[in-house]
Write a protein that binds this ligand. Structure first.
Ligand SMILES: [Zn+2]
Length: 385
């Protein structure tokens, strides 16, 4: 089965060998998809024949969004907590325990149903790859169950037993559990391991012990780093060659320099600052220092209950001083780097056929027209939805 996407006004390839600027933009082109891969990109006038045709009507086509940070396996709702926070209560991360209780009490069907609903919601907004973390089970059985369910929805599964210490547990005993029995039970379903290294969660020594144990089990690493306060998370992420340090809201000059000289992406999650009414990370400072930046939703029921990458792009442009091109790049190629994937996030022959047709002539409209549903067609693995 081949599909010709014809009459594309603006194609974002994220490949500077193919087109102009950071986004590698080409104009008046066509794309041919064969099976789950891109087979051909070239001028509209030279397009080959295909089994089916999509007329892009001079609109923009982008790589599918890569949401490299989401917490989708949970039950319950924390709208009341959000309302209280908007009435002036500070965010402390303590609500994770509320979701833990609801998650443990839910059936597999409820958890999977809720997570699939969120994956569908993200897909309608242009997301073709989504990472899913555990982290609301916080015991061996419920963490393993969360990852077993997440693995039904994505290959990018992340073990986050070290989200917080569950109530009533001794912190040192819990760290031993996470890097022992819990890791053993979760590793078969997880590609990644992550630790919330922050005030009220895990300190540098605990984070290092857990990540090193996970690496010995063959998991790749990512870190929730420097969200609430400055701390050792970013430096640890770089030292342990984590794919991503996520949040990076409170970073020192040394943290920025370490990221710039590393393979570790800074993943910024502006939905979290929006939903906790907190200061945004300084994306400009990171980009100007040469750090690779990704944007992701942090979709979770407490601190960022959005599945919308276009919303995060709009926040990044408006409130984090990223250009529209930088934000779109971070939400596609940046996310792919944060997952150490080279088959997604770029449009070129041989790449996975994950792309979106915007209901707009340019990628700039994603920030220029915030809150407007601009995703008209999404192809995932070459299949239109
Ligand atoms: Zn998170």
């Amino acid at each position: 089965m081949s599909i010709l996407i014809d009459n594309i006004g603006e194609l974002v390839t994220n490949d500077q060998a193919q087109g102009e600027g950071l986004l590698g933009i080409r104009r008046d082109v066509a794309v041919v998809v064969e099976g789950d891969r891109i087979a051909w990109i070239g001028p509209s006038g030279q397009k080959p024949a295909a089994d089916a045709r999509i007329d892009a009507q001079q609109r923009a086509v982008l790589p599918g969004f890569v949401d490299s940070h989401a917490h989708l396996v949970f039950a319950g709702d924390r709208a009341a907590e959000f309302g209280a926070r908007m009435a002036g209560e500070p965010y402390t991360g303590g609500g994770i325990r509320t979701t833990m209780a609801a998650t443990r009490a839910a059936s597999d069907d409820e958890l999977l149903g809720n997570a699939s609903r969120l994956v569908d919601e993200a897909r309608r907004q242009g997301t073709t790859t989504i990472e899913i973390k555990s982290g609301y089970g916080l015991n061996v059985a419920d963490e393993a169950r969360s990852l077993r369910l997440a693995a039904k929805l994505t290959t990018e599964t992340t073990f986050l037993g070290a989200h917080v210490v569950p109530p009533g547990s001794d912190p040192d005993a819990y760290v031993d559990l996470v890097k022992g029995d819990m890791l053993d039970a979760c590793a078969p379903y997880a590609k990644w391991a992550d630790v919330f290294c922050d005030r009220g969660a895990f300190d540098g020594d605990q984070t290092r012990a857990i990540l090193e144990a996970a690496a010995r089990k063959g998991l790749q690493l990512r870190v929730h780093a420097n969200q609430l306060v400055a701390g050792p998370g970013v430096q640890l992420a770089v030292e342990l060659d984590a794919a991503s340090a996520d949040h990076c809201t409170h970073v020192s000059e040394a943290d920025v320099a370490a990221l710039a000289g590393s393979n570790t992406v800074a993943t910024l999650l502006p939905g979290a600052e929006f939903s906790t009414r907190s200061p945004y990370p300084d994306a400009r400072r990171l980009l100007d220092a040469g750090v690779t930046v990704a944007l992701a939703t942090d979709c979770n029921p407490g601190s960022s209950y959005t599945s919308s990458m276009p919303f995060c792009i709009a926040l990044a442009v408006r409130d984090m001083r990223m250009t529209p091109a930088e934000a779109v790049h971070a939400a596609t190629a940046g996310g792919a780097r944060a997952l150490r994937r080279d088959d997604i996030g770029r449009l070129r022959p041989g790449a996975r056929a994950d792309l979106t047709v915007l209901d707009a002539p340019s990628h700039i409209h994603l920030a220029y027209r915030p809150g407007v549903p601009l995703i008209s067609t999404v192809l995932h693995n070459g299949v239109p939805r």
